[in-house]
Structures are given as structure tokens and as C-alpha cells.
Design a protein. Structure first.
Length: 211
């Protein structure tokens, strides 16, 4: 891989993301670009800045993933962001961690399955509407560019039989949504500023209970 590409991922090194993952990130980017010409996987305007806007943005959540976890569930995987990115990282850090990728679109699921096979990832693709599934068991629920936080928390309570934590990407101007969630739920949380946007945060929620 050329040096300029390595530099794109330099912010991940303090998070103990192995450089061995960088070629797989590049392979995933290549697959995204190729398939994005056929179906809408990511915004066309983000292709040139894909590494920062998508790969680094997703990969930074590794700080919130306990290596004691066995299953991580991406509730609206789409093009594999963040599920595929995290599966690439954990292939080195903890190969036995499984990633469950839920996505309604048949064609996007085909793409996810192709990536899983080509990169040899410990992942399973579910072409299902996550809101229609019941008694799901996982350790971590993760959601990026999916639904607003209150809906994700309702999903966690109603559709999951077991989970330990929820990781959510909180974009700019979403303070009111978070405050609304706090008014309806009791939970412990930890937050970090995003590496890719000064106005965004990532939140990890534990001990979730409805008020």
C-alpha cells in the first residue's frame, strides 16, 4: 500500500488498530467504489474522502468494543459501515468475535456477503428487517446513519432478548435528541469526540432501562 494511504489511517494507531488491517481497508474501499457504480452504497460525494469519512469514522469505535464480547450486531449495516470495518479490525485483535449484519436490501446483502467472503471475515449477513425480529441475542448493538437514538433504544429493549451495550454515532445538532433519550431512559454512558468531525460524538450506552 502506498504511503499516502497509510497516512489516512494514522489517527487509528493510538487506538491499537494494527497496520495489518490497512490493506484490507483498502480492499474494502476498492469493492465499495466498484459496486457504488451499480447501487447506492455511499454518497458519490464521499468517494474521494472515503478513508476518513467512512473507514476511520467507523474504525474509531473500536475503543468502545470490549474484547470480552463475542457478538456485535450492526442493526442497519447498509454497505457494511460500521460492521465490516470492525470485523476487519477484530480479525487481528480477536478472530473469534462474530459480527451480525442486518440489512433489508437484497442487493446490499449480496455486496456484504461478497465482502465477507473475499476478506474472510467472521461475519453473518441477515437479509431481514431488524424491527420484525424478536429475541435477538448479542453483546453489542451498533448503529450508524440508521435511525434516531430514541428509536434505536426502543429497538434494543423490544427486539433484543440480551445485550450489554449500545454504541451510537451522534451527529451535529443532535443534542436535543440525546436529552430526549435521557428523559425517557435510565442509562450509564461514555462519550468521545469524533476523530472525523469536531461537531460529532460517539456514545456507548450501558445498563439501559425504561423510566
Amino acid at each position: 500500500m502506498i504511503d499516502s494511504n497509510i497516512l489516512e489511517y494514522k489517527n487509528l494507531e493510538p487506538l491499537n488498530v494494527s497496520r495489518e488491517t490497512f490493506p484490507q481497508f483498502e480492499a474494502y474501499c476498492d469493492l465499495l467504489k466498484k459496486e457504488n457504480k451499480k447501487i447506492n452504497l455511499i454518497g458519490k460525494s464521499t468517494e474521494k474522502d472515503m478513508r476518513k469519512r467512512h473507514i476511520v469514522d467507523c474504525a474509531q469505535t473500536i475503543e468502545f468494543i470490549d474484547e470480552k464480547y463475542d457478538i456485535c450486531t450492526d442493526v442497519g449495516s447498509g454497505s457494511g459501515l460500521p460492521g465490516i470495518v470492525l470485523a476487519i479490525i477484530m480479525k487481528i485483535k480477536k478472530p473469534d468475535m462474530k459480527f451480525h449484519l442486518y440489512e433489508k436490501s437484497f442487493r446490499k446483502c449480496e455486496f456484504l456477503s461478497t465482502v465477507k467472503e473475499k476478506l474472510n471475515l467472521n461475519a453473518e449477513v441477515f437479509q431481514k428487517d431488524i424491527f420484525k425480529e424478536k429475541n435477538i441475542e448479542t453483546d453489542l448493538i451498533i448503529a450508524r446513519a440508521f435511525k434516531p437514538l430514541p428509536i434505536v433504544l426502543d429497538l434494543a429493549e423490544k427486539n433484543f432478548k440480551k445485550f450489554k451495550s449500545v454504541v451510537f454515532f451522534l451527529g451535529k445538532n443532535k443534542k436535543n435528541i440525546f436529552e430526549k433519550a435521557l428523559s425517557n431512559w435510565n442509562f450509564d454512558y461514555r462519550e468521545k469526540k469524533s476523530l472525523t468531525s469536531s461537531e460529532s460524538k460517539i456514545i456507548k450506552i450501558c445498563n439501559l432501562k425504561k423510566k
